[in-house]
Design a protein around this ligand. Structure first.
Ligand code: GTP
Ligand code: MG
Length: 196
């Protein structure tokens, strides 16, 4: 798989016109968006990662095999950045998701170790109301004891069923041991084919 960094942009208005399908990664700061992009691309530091939340502050585009893009978005809900920069990120993410017609699907990343968080549930609610197609990826599953994985995900689904009649596609991932890579890439392939 060939992955090329094609630039990062401080606002949605500055993004070049879309030429190929885009698949975006979103979620709370530090959930592992940039790490997942690197794992999918089998590239150690294509997308910049950090143990400090708030690393990704721009919309970054990575062209894959010259045919489609992975999009790294800034994290939402990081309390330690100023309120004004949180609002700027929020507006940037919202503008991208609402206006980018070439965006085929957004992957909402959720830390597999945590109880359902209000901010993620509200964000998915907003995606649903806005008619934006999305999937869920439970990240960092290598940090869970194997016996906790299934029950954690089942508990999360139960919570989602309080609000949703049908759930979106759900994946698990680990940037450490590459779990989820084949499933996520096959899904992207299928969505691209279905939209041709
Ligand atoms: P922002 O850009 O700040 O919003 O964060 P991000 O969501 O892009 O997170 P990033 O990929 O930078 O990862 C944050 C931290 O979590 C880093 O220290 C990563 O090494 C770690 N991390 C990410 N994914 C995994 C994973 O699957 N397993 C483990 N063990 N650590 C991970
Ligand atoms: Mg990042």
């Amino acid at each position: 798989m060939k992955a090329e960094f094609k630039g990062s942009y401080p606002s949605n208005d500055l993004l070049p016109a879309g030429d190929f399908p885009e698949f975006a990664f979103i979620g709370r700061s530090n959930v592992g968006k940039s790490s997942l992009i690197n794992m999918l691309c089998e590239h150690r530091d294509l997308a910049k990662t950090s143990s400090k939340p708030g690393k990704t502050q721009h919309i970054a585009r990575f062209l894959i095999d010259g045919k489609w893009y992975l999009i790294d978005l800034p994290g939402y809900g990081y309390a330690k950045v100023s309120k004004s920069s949180r609002e700027i990120f929020g507006q940037m993410i919202q503008a991208y998701l609402l206006e980018r017609e070439i965006m085929f699907c957004v992957f909402v990343l959720i830390d597999s170790r945590l109880e359902p968080q209000k901010i993620d549930l509200e964000f998915m609610e907003w995606l649903g109301l806005s008619g934006i197609p999305f999937c869920i990826v439970f990240t960092k599953v290598d940090k869970l004891k194997p016996r906790d994985l299934e029950p954690n995900i089942e508990a999360y689904k139960t919570k989602l069923y309080e609000n949703w009649e049908e759930l979106p596609p759900i994946f698990i991932s680990s940037a450490e041991d590459k779990r989820g890579r084949d499933e996520i890439l096959s899904f992207i392939e299928k969505v691209r084919k279905d939209n041709q």
